[in-house]
Design a protein around this ligand. Structure first.
Ligand code: NAD
Length: 250
């Protein structure tokens, strides 16, 4: 049965062809949701939305820019009259060591991953509160839990750990209005975020550290997002769900 029939969902950073956002958008659309894909490149977002079928929307949005965020979300609320689900998926990473993080690196990584999650959440919360229902799903990372170790630098780990704190604080504050907030911590997933940047040696080492012995797929993360976004997770809030092939079993 379809889990998101009649629901309206916004997914940030979902134009990337092999990314977690677009895989999530695809699964949400299959489950009956109307989806808006927000990304830096509006043409790419529109193109991605068109692959989902009729009625889905692609919009330009820079999640680090409050005016850009407000314009995109206000437009969607005017068009749809409601927003049921927000997936804060837009993210960037940089494989830097601690002493190599320059102010510009810090700003770029913290802004997209953490500030963007805050701004987009702030843009939907008044509407979700008025509806007395809503689900926010934030993409954190295994890097937040284990201090990197795969690809991101310490600033990425810090940003994604910040996302976990923000998620739990939002869950606490929004719970009385029946608005849920949860985080997903993907492990090593094959997408363009690391494409072309990993050597074969790195791949072998990474897979050796994963009990399931392989990277995850974007669809496997999307499945978790679908659960958290849907009403079957109606009593799940403030949680962080691992999608990592057992990487943290110890
Ligand atoms: P990706 O690089 O394929 O896609 C990221 C998307 O975000 C791109 O479409 C990009 O244009 C968009 N984006 C970047 N900056 C933006 C901004 N300022 N405003 C709007 N959009 C912006 O990455 P992915 O692998 O699909 O990752 C999706 C999310 O999952 C990210 O938050 C990432 O940190 C997280 N994550 C990924 C992995 C992995 O192994 N792939 C693991 C853990 C967490």
């Amino acid at each position: 049965t379809a889990l998101l029939t009649g629901k309206y969902a916004v997914i940030t950073g979902a134009a990337s062809k092999r990314g977690l956002g677009l895989a999530t958008a695809r699964l949400f659309a299959q489950h009956g949701a109307t989806v808006a894909i927000l990304d830096l490149d509006g043409a790419a977002a529109k193109e991605a939305a068109a692959t989902l079928g009729e009625g889905h929307v692609g919009l330009t949005c820079n999640v680090t820019d409050q005016n850009s965020v407000k314009a995109a979300f206000d437009g969607l609320i005017a068009q749809w009259g409601r927003i049921d689900v927000l997936v804060n998926n837009a993210g960037i990473t940089q494989p830097l060591k601690i002493m190599d993080i320059a102010p510009g690196n810090y700003d770029a990584v913290l802004d997209v991953n953490l500030r963007g999650t805050l701004y987009c959440s702030q843009a939907v919360i008044p509407q979700m509160r008025a509806q007395k229902s809503g689900a926010i799903v934030n993409m954190s990372s295994v890097s937040a839990q284990r201090g990197g170790g795969i690809f991101g630098g310490p600033h990425y780990s810090a940003a994604k750990a910040g996302v976990l704190g923000l998620t739990k604080a939002m869950a606490r504050e929004l719970a009385p209005d029946n608005v849920r907030a949860n985080a997903i911590c993907p492990g090593f997933i094959a997408t363009d975020i690391t494409a072309g940047k990993l050597t074969d040696d790195m791949r072998v080492t990474i897979n050796a550290g994963i009990p399931m012995g392989r990277p995850g797929t974007a669809e496997e993360v999307a499945g978790c997002a679908l659960f958290l976004a849907s009403d079957i997770a109606s009593y799940v809030t403030g949680s962080e769900v691992d999608v990592n092939g057992g990487s943290l079993i110890h």
